[in-house]
Design a protein around this ligand. Sequence first.
Ligand SMILES: Nc1ncnc2c1ncn2[C@@H]1O[C@H](COP(=O)(O)OP(=O)(O)OP(=O)(O)O)[C@@H](O)[C@H]1O
Ligand SMILES: [Mg+2]
Length: 284
Amino acid sequence: MITPGQKIGTFQVGNLIGEGATASVFHATDTKLNRPVAIKVLKEDLPESSRERFVREVKTLVEVRHAAIVHVYTAGIEGGSPYYVMEHLSGRSIKEMITHRKGKGVPVFRHDEILSIGRQLAEALGALHKARIIHRDLKPSNVMIVPPMKAKVIDFGLVQVGSGARMGERSRGLGTQAYMSPEQLEGGLIGEQSDLFQIGLILHEMVTGEQLGGHGVPPWFGKSQWNPPLPSSTDPKLPPDLEKAIVARPLRDPRPHRHRRDGGGVSRHPERPRSAGGHQGHEG
Ligand SMILES: Nc1ncnc2c1ncn2[C@@H]1O[C@H](COP(=O)(O)OP(=O)(O)OP(=O)(O)O)[C@@H](O)[C@H]1O
Ligand SMILES: [Mg+2]
């Protein structure tokens, strides 16, 4: 447990900023460099091997320097709790901004804003993937916007180092179900496309203000062939190029091979996603 007032190395822990099902984020001060930082602390009671793996994987982010990825300074374990220290951001998540702007018409974000954020996120993915890091939990609450319109990918609680890895039994289904690609939900090969799929869902939501799918279920679930609803059906003025950038590659039906082979396994046995593991219910 890490609590306000505590000191971890040179970091003086301050107030709680945010709290999710699995983690708490605190303000802190780097007393050596005299600058504000944020510390994210995992709450879960992880076995020692998982704690060490988490710290090892998050530490690979220290080397990743990109304007659209929160800069991670260091990671460690304190009193049994894994934590990482990062640059402190003053801004709001895309999720908070959607909530705030919703009901004032569509698109919820202006077209130039969506284009700019889409570009920044695509570049951020490029930098992560070049470092062989798959984020696995991209969603509107895990991208912060720092004024005027700078995107910052946060929340590295589920990063996986080494692309093309199969989701192991233990981590199968981990993540946020509503934003999961089939390979992630079903324990398949996780890769760059899994992150890109989630970016497509984020941008779609920035146009319409509505989560695709909804009710905690990913939009493709239970459909033999998934054609994402076009955001232009909500926003007829959406430029075709922008629409294409959102749906064509990121949101293409990610299961073509399986369909050809067995005619669509998921759809023939529709059931709600498993609720074991992960934090499907919360929106952190
Ligand atoms: N670097 C940061 N600077 C300022 N605020 C931050 C920073 N990182 C996170 N936050 C705040 O804390 C909230 C939660 O952060 P994050 O998404 O990393 O944790 P979480 O959702 O609790 O984790 P999990 O998704 O594992 O449950 C964010 O929505 C944001 O408000
Ligand atoms: Mg989060």
